[in-house]
Design a protein around this ligand. Structure first.
Ligand code: ZN
Length: 286
């Protein structure tokens, strides 16, 4: 797979139409990122050929950001991203479509963050082509990353949905749960979306009680990570067990177990996830 070896240059608006700038182009479909059979991004020539065959094969390009090669700072790259509504046109031409979740297991944290940003922005553009208020077409604003309605001037910014994650600690044990919807069947910290009007601390206490019936206190911030499924920000904490016995919300949680220093590690989330860092950092020591 493409290894970027790129460093993000903090420049919020990258001009997706700037001429004579080298670009890495990422095209997303419902079935994943368009890659060649060798796992590389398609060449310019291949994309030009596709574009000439199909007048309109997706949403407009959105600039993801400017990056430079770590080893050669003069080499600037623009990463652009777009969403294509038709998966078949790519597979018919021999391209592979690789889901973002698969890329999570293949890429470094850095590379995944480029893809995560790219996928979220493409998803944002395809979901806000029309105004949510009056239904007319939107277009890119200049100077800030927004899509504005040409009729009523309502602005849609990329949506970010905060979610909290909490690793509950009890003496020298941590609580890990297997989610009903987990395809991989791994054990991880509890997590959930914030409700409107709720702060993170309240969400932690509510979610732990709802999902496993325990009361917790003293949430301590650990770290955060953009989580592009489809547009979350995962904000992670540890918290102390106060009282209660495990009682599963079986709609959400298939199993929840206290793990101590002498227990074998279960299947854990991928290395690049903040869940894994949270668990590794707090795994009970003997
Ligand atoms: Zn409008």
């Amino acid at each position: 797979m493409q290894h970027f070896d790129l460093e993000f240059v903090p420049e919020i608006i990258a001009d997706a139409t700037a001429p004579n700038v080298a670009t890495h182009d990422l095209i997303w479909t419902d079935d994943g990122l368009v890659l060649t059979q060798d796992g590389e991004l398609p060449s310019k020539a291949a994309l030009d050929l596709m574009a000439s065959q199909l007048k309109d094969y997706g949403t407009p390009w959105v600039g993801v950001g400017r990056y430079h090669h770590k080893k050669n700072a003069k080499q600037n790259f623009l990463v652009r991203s777009m969403w294509c509504s038709d998966s078949n046109i790519w597979t018919e031409q021999g391209f592979e479509l690789v889901p973002l979740r698969t890329l999570l297991h293949r890429q470094s944290t850095e590379e995944f963050s480029v893809m995560s940003r790219a996928c979220q922005l493409a998803e944002w553009v395809r979901s806000h082509r029309f105004c949510g208020r009056c239904g007319r077409a939107t277009s890119f604003m200049s100077g800030e990353r927004g899509l504005q309605c040409q009729e009523c001037h309502f602005i849609e910014y990329p949506r970010i949905s905060p979610a909290m994650m909490v690793l509950v600690k009890k003496e020298n044990q941590i609580l890990l749960a297997r989610h009903v919807r987990s395809k991989d069947g791994y054990y991880t910290a509890l997590a959930g979306f914030l409700e409107a009007g709720e702060n993170i601390e309240d969400a932690i206490i509510r979610e732990v009680y709802e999902e496993v019936g325990l009361t917790v206190a003293n949430p301590r911030y650990f770290g955060s990570q953009a989580w592009p499924f489809p547009h979350s920000l995962m904000i992670s904490f540890t918290a102390d067990y106060v009282e209660g016995d495990i009682k599963l919300d079986t709609n959400e949680i298939a199993d929840a177990i206290w793990f101590g220093a002498n227990d074998a590690r279960p299947l854990l989330p991928p290395n690049v996830s903040i869940a894994r860092r949270l668990i590794d950092t707090h795994w009970p020591s003997a």
